[in-house]
Design a protein around this ligand. Structure first.
Ligand code: 3NM
Length: 216
């Protein structure tokens, strides 16, 4: 799938560890798709994450849902799984599998790269295979134990200005701060808990999509 920056508008990130109240990720993803999410990242991470066959099995179900919905299916920090599931993309962080390896092994996939500082953005600017940047946390987050300190919307504005690539913001994004994120020039919002813990998942997905629609 060819990358377009509009795909970053409403970017849902989740793994089995993010499920609450007995929810199941395939159903949550289906509902988020019905609400209008524009991309999905499969991120199994942390103490309760799946591994091995269980990770492949769940990943293949999610991959199929994204294929049917024609939205990119992106795998976090696992090139082998991305290849095996014929994912549309891979996302890596600064401390994950080296970005060089990703560029070398899956140059034709969508490549996302987490950058938290201006120095990291400047280095990413010259990596032509990198399609988009993920930056955060913008606000304190409950979903990532080892998150960096929050950069705030002022910090995000500086990162957006320095980047030649579109930036999707992540970390602590909720329905009341979406417009502040949009005002920084970020291409979209990447969220975990805003969708996984939403009372109305579909409505929350639609709200993110509308906040970043190019018409608004
Ligand atoms: N990455 P929520 S913050 C997966 O700063 C992730 O790179 C971050 O979850 C980063 O939307 C984060 O619930 C967690 O705050 C985002």
């Amino acid at each position: 799938m060819k990358f377009q920056k509009e795909q970053l508008a409403a970017y849902f990130v989740a793994g089995s560890q993010d499920m609450v109240d007995g929810r199941q990720l395939p159903e949550v993803l289906e509902t988020a798709i019905a609400g209008g999410i524009t991309a999905f990242q499969y991120r199994e991470k942390g103490h309760h994450a799946l591994s091995g066959d269980a990770k492949v099995k769940l990943g293949s179900i999610l991959r199929e849902l994204c294929k049917q919905a024609k939205i990119p299916f992106i795998v976090d920090d696992d090139v082998e799984l991305a290849k095996r599931l014929e994912a549309d993309g891979v996302h890596v962080g600064q401390s994950d599998e080296a970005i060089a390896k990703v560029i070398d092994e899956v140059p034709d996939m969508i490549i996302g790269y987490s950058c938290h500082t201006l120095a990291q953005i400047r280095k990413a600017n010259v990596l032509t295979a990198v399609d988009y940047i993920g930056s955060g946390p913008i606000f304190p987050t409950i979903s990532k134990a080892d998150a960096d300190p929050a950069v705030g919307t002022d910090g995000l504005t500086k990162l957006v200005s320095a980047s030649v690539k579109p930036i999707v913001a992540i970390g602590g994004i909720n329905l009341t701060n979406l417009n502040e994120i949009k005002a920084t020039g970020a291409a979209g919002a990447a969220v975990i808990s805003l969708l996984t813990r939403a009372t109305n998942i579909k409505a929350a997905a639609t709200a993110i999509r509308q906040a970043f629609s190019s018409k608004s």
